[in-house]
Design a protein around this ligand. Structure first.
Ligand code: PLP
Length: 378
């Protein structure tokens, strides 16, 4: 089976991990600091604060930029659930702006029409395709929103020649094994803002400003030295791994220009990180195609099953029987319909794209998609 995604690891990572284990220095220390310096330099920002996951990064970042209970945070309905759960976990109230049909990212046009009051705006560079940031930054400036980018799927992606993660007030990345680079589990907050960086650093580590001096409330969201060592090796390979993704995407774009499937859109201002390769088809054919591909040894998977605000927990937040953390959350949330996101959840699926794929694998995927499309045509 050719998987959708797979980490790209070699002897270098194994050696780096062994070296940490032999050293006996395991928890957050000099390797984490070095990884933070290198990652900040890669993105082109002043600060990087490494944490234990992308979700932890979102949680810390939202608190650090000032989200307090009851504050509204504008975000996208078409994303991994962590984007929304982290808002709720700070007592924030998510507000959903529907996505653009082509980029599948938050639509600046709909955002302008919504005119929501909010403290923070949290767009997601979905699949590694950058959000159209200029209009979002302009609207945010006028409205006084703080801009936090969820770049969990977009390491190395660029918007008009600038790296995503350097465009807003702060950004987060995830280093989960399937992402464009990994630290096993891990995440990072990046920013140019001294105050956001300082808060994030303190909140990640028990709210301590010095050993055993707790001036704030925080978490244990520290990154391990093992993760940082893996991350340092992966970061060196990131451009090469992304070039391989780009290469595979180009082959798919040339070979899979078929009547039954719509290829992913790449905006003229976008350098895509190709975290995932989405294909769009009619709702009736999507699940059939996914099933056929899987039976042919090519893993395929539908996009998120529903817009995040239709997940079961979102209607159960006001029910103490069904919400373990009942007392923490805003109650009686109401959400607008997001018809574009809704439609995309029924029509989009992914095919494999990752740097561990051989040319043979790529050709196998192309043949399988062509074959599956032929079969569902009738
Ligand atoms: C993966 C992901 C996250 C969460 O990152 P973890 O490291 O898995 O906690 C958040 N947002 C998006 C868009 C993601 O894809």
């Amino acid at each position: 089976m050719i998987p959708i995604s797979k980490p790209f690891l070699g002897e270098e990572e194994v050696e780096a991990v062994a070296e940490v284990l032999r050293s006996g220095v395991l928890a957050q220390s000099s390797r984490v600091r070095e990884f933070e310096r290198e990652f900040a330099r890669f993105i082109g920002v002043k600060y990087a604060i490494a944490v234990s996951s992308g979700t932890a990064a979102l949680h810390v970042a939202l608190i650090s930029v000032g989200v307090r209970p009851g504050d509204r945070v504008i975000t996208t309905p078409l994303t991994f659930f962590a984007t929304t759960s982290s808002i709720l976990l700070c007592g924030g109230v998510p507000v959903y702006v529907d996505v653009d049909e082509k980029t599948m990212n938050m639509s600046p046009r709909i955002l302008r029409r919504t005119r929501s009051e909010a403290k923070v705006i949290l767009p997601v560079h979905l699949h590694g395709h950058p959000v159209d940031m200029d209009p979002i930054l302009k609207i945010s400036k006028e409205a006084g929103f703080i801009v936090l980018e969820d770049a969990a799927q977009a390491h190395g992606a660029e918007y008009k020649g600038r790296k995503v993660g350097s465009l807003g007030d702060a950004a987060i990345f995830s280093f989960y094994p399937t992402k464009n680079m990994t630290t096993i589990e891990g995440g990072v907050i990046v920013t140019n803002d001294d105050e956001i960086a300082e808060r994030a650093r303190v909140i990640r580590d028990q709210g301590q400003t010095k050993k055993y001096l707790h001036e704030y409330l925080g978490f244990n969201y520290r990154m391990t030295e093992v993760s940082a060592a893996v991350g340092l090796v992966q970061l060196k390979k990131l451009d090469r791994m992304n070039r391989r993704r780009e290469n595979i995407a180009r082959t798919y774009m040339e070979e899979l220009d078929l009547d039954e499937v719509e290829l992913p859109y790449v905006a003229p201002w976008a350098k895509h990180a190709w975290h995932l390769f989405p294909l769009r088809t009619s709702a009736g054919k999507r699940d059939l195609l996914v099933e056929k591909l899987n039976s042919m040894g090519v893993m395929a998977r539908p996009i998120y099953p529903m817009p995040v605000h239709r997940q079961p927990i979102m209607t159960r937040l006001s029910d103490p029987e069904k919400n373990f953390l009942y007392s923490l959350f805003p109650k009686d949330l109401r959400f607008d319909e997001t018809p574009v996101a809704e439609r995309l959840t029924r029509e989009v699926f992914y095919i494999p794209i990752h740097p561990a794929m051989s040319d043979d694998d790529v050709n196998t995927v192309v043949r399988a998609v062509k074959g599956a499309v032929r079969e569902v045509r009738n």
